[in-house]
Design a protein around this ligand. Structure first.
Ligand SMILES: NC(=O)C1=CN([C@@H]2O[C@H](COP(=O)(O)OP(=O)(O)OC[C@H]3O[C@@H](n4cnc5c(N)ncnc54)[C@H](OP(=O)(O)O)[C@@H]3O)[C@@H](O)[C@H]2O)[C@@H](O)CC1
Ligand SMILES: Nc1ncnc2c1ncn2[C@@H]1O[C@H](COP(=O)(O)OP(=O)(O)O)[C@@H](O)[C@H]1O
Ligand SMILES: [K+]
Length: 496
């Protein structure tokens, strides 16, 4: 099942629906606290726990955790930042039979700490002793478990509400992931994230944001038919830069071939032909002299990647216009984006809805100046960018976001810093181009490309360089193929 990511308002709505359907807040709080205690007991041996409780329902959950852990033999100390202020929290606190002491700004010695101060709906920064404790919390060697979200973060943006924030090794949230778990810095502060089912009614159809998992796109993955020939597996072309700047395009071309495009051709300026020829085997090579040549090449392709080391300037602008007029879908990356920094509108008017822009934040700023800074977070910025461009936009980074002009949006959670290496974005462009060439729709190809790219990065880990990524794709693809229910019937499993 694909995982929905909710805003705080959507979570409140789910909450309200549950109450309307007769579920009591006390029952939900009990289940929430029990789920946190269960997650704790699964990971940590019994010992001394300090529970930091806030005045709201997040604190209410904390009193339930205290009760559950105490019942299981833990030695529990409850520290309250303020007296319980909601009716449910008051009742939960009353059921805690142990002592409750005022919050200490420096952590009392313990084996484990629970941050039950504030949840994802927090609207202002931490202050006073709570803020002091947050700073001390960062220095703790013992595990910290956050209920819902580490306190101090905005659940809708992942941004800190003030200077001081808590950080955790484990975060247990309820019903669904919230945006604040998925975007940095909130994401970095969460540690492992567990989404506990507390019996809220399913909100299917209401969320407009999803985690990028194969469930979203694997039904449409372009596995080859048994009797396919190479041209039917898709024709991808990649535009090379001039002599001395050709490696990035070759990386993209190789990635496109690895992800399954049947025929991949590097379109090379004549002056770079010898250099490219010296480094290519299965990837084919075709020269171009003019934008008319490129137009003809674009007509005979299913997808074209333009941008990796293409060169910034008029030539790339002309080349993009030539390709944009053809029937092939474009993946517009790197220099092809930067070439339009003076006139992004010209790029947008040349694009179709099946084209994909793949900027990193620097390139994003060049073609959508100020948009990231004036948006609440990168998801709304990417959605707006897709609407403005009339194309799929993929904003790269540790929390890559993919958005379509119709408002669909997806966040990737499987990336790793090993991907932050020169040329890694070129491989991603090639993966996406290769999938589009095979007939996948552009939004799904972008999602699948990002997911596979990240899985390759994880599979390799330390020491990864961009050249490694295409060679890691076969194992990731094999894993995807094995998930396919009809894999035996397709004949692909046996390789017959
Ligand atoms: N959704 C669900 O289905 C379920 C949700 N559950 C749980 O409920 C939690 C949400 O509870 P919540 O709404 O009571 O919010 P929460 O963060 O506990 O406290 C807000 C309080 O803090 C106060 N306050 C705010 N900022 C402050 C500051 N900087 N410094 C000091 N005070 C500050 C603010 O006061 P005010 O702003 O009015 O002054 C208000 O009193 C959620 O995270 C989850 O754990 C579960 O029980 C199961 C079902
Ligand atoms: N810290 C990180 N965690 C996860 N992914 C990252 C991180 N930093 C970069 N990436 C990913 O690595 C790739 C880098 O692409 P890009 O910046 O275009 O590099 P290049 O231009 O060198 O190819 C993108 O897919 C991006 O999402
Ligand atoms: K919390």
């Amino acid at each position: 099942m694909s995982r929905e990511i909710l805003t705080v308002a959507e979570m409140t709505q789910a909450d309200r629906q549950a109450v309307e359907q007769g579920l009591s807040i006390d029952l939900l709080m009990d289940r929430a606290g029990f789920a946190v205690a269960e997650a704790v007991m699964k990971r940590f041996p019994p010992g001394r726990a300090v529970i930091w409780c806030g005045p709201g329902n997040n604190g209410g959950d904390g009193y339930v955790v205290a009760r559950c852990l105490h019942d299981k033999g833990w030695s529990v100390r409850v520290e309250a930042a303020a007296a319980p202020a909601t009716e449910a929290a008051k009742r939960a606190a009353a059921l805690w039979k142990g002592e409750t002491v005022p919050l200490s700004p420096s952590p009392f010695p313990a084996d484990l700490y629970v941050d039950a101060l504030f949840g994802a709906g927090l609207s202002r920064g931490l202050e006073g002793d709570v803020a002091k404790l947050a700073c001390a919390c960062a220095q703790l060697n013992e595990p910290v478990v956050a209920i819902d979200l580490p306190s101090g973060f905005n659940g809708d943006t992942g941004r800190r509400l003030g200077e001081a924030v808590f950080c955790a090794d484990l975060t247990v949230t309820f019903h669904r992931l919230k945006v604040g778990h998925c975007l940095y810095e909130g994401r970095a502060a969460c540690g492992e994230v567990v989404v506990a089912d507390i019996g809220l009614p399913a909100s299917e159809g209401t969320a407009s944001l999803f985690e990028n998992t194969p469930d979203l796109w694997e039904r449409h993955f372009p596995w080859p038919a048994l009797n396919v020939h190479k041209y039917q597996r898709g024709r991808l072309k990649v535009v090379s830069g001039d002599a001395g700047k050709t490696g990035a395009a070759r990386l993209a071309a190789r990635a496109g071939l690895r992800i399954g495009a049947g025929v991949v051709t590097l379109l090379s300026p004549s002056g770079a032909l010898a250099e490219n020829a010296a480094h290519l085997e299965a990837v084919m090579l075709a020269p171009f002299e003019s934008d008319a040549d490129l137009r003809a090449a674009g007509e005979a392709a299913d997808a074209v990647v333009i941008g990796p080391s293409a060169g910034v300037g008029e030539t790339t602008v002309r080349n993009l216009f030539a390709l944009a007029g053809t029937g092939s879908a474009l993946v517009v990356d790197a220099d092809a984006l930067t070439s339009f920094r003076q006139d992004p509108e010209a790029l947008f008017s040349a694009l179709d809805r099946d084209d994909v822009l793949t900027p990193h934040p620097g390139e994003f700023e060049r073609i959508f100046p100020g948009l990231l800074a004036r948006s609440a977070e990168r998801i709304s910025a990417t959605r707006e960018a897709a609407r403005l461009a009339g194309a799929v936009v993929l904003l790269k980074g540790p929390d890559t976001v993919i958005a379509a002009p119709d408002g669909r949006a997806v966040v990737s959670l499987n990336g790793s810093p090993w991907l932050a290496t020169a040329g890694s974005g070129d491989i991603l462009a090639g993966f996406i181009g290769g999938l589009i060439a095979q007939g996948m729709t552009s939004f799904e190809a972008a999602c699948a490309g990002v997911w596979i790219h990240a899985e390759c990065g994880r599979a390799h880990g330390p020491g990864l360089i961009a050249e490694d990524l295409p060679n890691l794709a076969p194992a990731v693809l094999a894993g995807l193929l094995a998930r396919r229910p009809s894999v035996k019937r397709s004949g692909l499993a046996s390789g017959r």
